[in-house]
Design a protein around this ligand. Structure first.
Ligand SMILES: Cc1cc2nc3c(=O)[nH]c(=O)nc-3n(C[C@H](O)[C@H](O)[C@H](O)COP(=O)(O)OP(=O)(O)OC[C@H]3O[C@@H](n4cnc5c(N)ncnc54)[C@H](O)[C@@H]3O)c2cc1C
Length: 291
């Protein structure tokens, strides 16, 4: 099907893009990599009056690590994030997830900002950003603000961003010494959206127990989910079989999947239980220096 007609704008600055969004009063959509939006236009699930293409805005594509954050420009392509040396060395959860999103073409076009903002519960990066306790920096007509990823998602394809705001950067807290993270995704076939997936981050104390933890879940709820009780239960533990059992059960309890062509509810919850145990084990091994 052809998309309905729309006006097209290609601003060359964030200010200009925000001004255009503001002028269209909720009738315009940002176009980033187009890997989700173009499909929705063609299916007429989205019918915006205008597209604001932000591909020509310079300086929105980078991965930089400073004293406080790993800073990811919103227009960084998923493959560019995967290729970052810092990500490979210290942010295993992002390295794993970016290897498993769709296929190389989608990863070459799709952007980190688009994946984070779109709000499809099947998108892989939101659960990673929940586990990492990342923030999204958004710019609107009144300036910029930062929004915690854990407060960003309100329902499927719905978030707290105003229609005249653009996400410009994602801030991931800099990986501390003794930290490790991992992402495990169960998919029906290579390139599919997750049946269920788990993102885990841990920071170990000097005695080897977990001092800080974050667990995010993909495609087992209306949005990516932060498994707060499971994350809290991991603190102070070392990853014994009993610890893993408790944390896996709590993560499964946090999941609220629906039955669909990827499987029934019980199966998906069980996948979360098992995948959480395995992913916590991998994250702890990486925190201890494993690959
Ligand atoms: C065949 C196929 C398979 C896929 N499989 C997976 C998968 O397994 N896992 C996965 O995670 N994803 C998957 N995707 C989705 C893909 O990763 C998308 O690229 C991503 O979800 C959206 O990024 P985009 O840059 O293409 O955004 P667009 O499609 O351009 O935009 C998506 C939405 O986000 C908004 N938006 C984009 N950028 C911004 C911004 N900076 N500020 C404010 N709003 C913004 C747009 O207005 C739009 O509403 C798949 C896509 C396809 C086509």
């Amino acid at each position: 099907m052809y998309p309905p007609s729309f006006d097209y704008y290609a601003p060359t600055s964030v200010d200009e893009a925000v001004r255009l969004l503001d002028q269209h009063q909720g009738e315009a959509k940002v176009l980033a990599g187009g890997q989700s939006l173009i499909g929705m236009l063609k299916l007429r699930l989205a019918q915006p009056g205008a597209l604001i293409d932000i591909n020509r805005i310079p300086d929105l594509s980078y991965v930089r690590e400073d004293a406080t954050f790993l800073r990811i420009g919103a227009m960084t392509r998923i493959n560019e994030l995967h290729a970052s040396d810092a990500v490979k060395a210290r942010y295993g959860v992002l390295f794993d997830a970016t290897a498993e999103i769709a296929d190389p073409t989608v990863r070459n076009w799709g952007t980190v900002g688009g994946n984070a903002v779109h709000g499809d519960p099947g998108n892989d990066l939101p659960a990673c950003f929940l586990a990492l306790d990342a923030e999204y920096q958004a710019q609107g007509p009144k300036g910029s603000r930062t929004i915690a990823a854990r407060k960003f998602y309100t329902d499927s394809f719905t978030n707290v961003l105003a229609p005249n705001e653009i996400v410009t950067e994602i801030h991931v807290p800099k990986a501390a010494a003794g930290s490790g993270s991992a992402y495990s995704k169960m998919e029906r076939k290579v390139g599919d959206f997750a049946t269920a997936a788990v993102a885990v981050t841990v920071t170990l104390a000097a005695n080897g127990s977990v001092a800080k933890a974050g667990i995010g879940l993909t495609n087992v709820g209306p949005t990516a989910l932060y498994a707060a009780q499971a994350s809290d239960a991991l603190v102070g533990k070392t990853g014994t079989a009993t610890d893993l059992g408790t944390v896996g059960d709590l993560a499964a309890k946090a999941a609220s999947p629906v039955a669909d062509n990827r499987g029934p509810v019980d199966f998906k919850q069980d996948m979360i239980r098992v995948w959480t145990r395995r992913t916590v084990t991998r994250a702890i091994a990486r925190a201890k220096g494993g690959s």
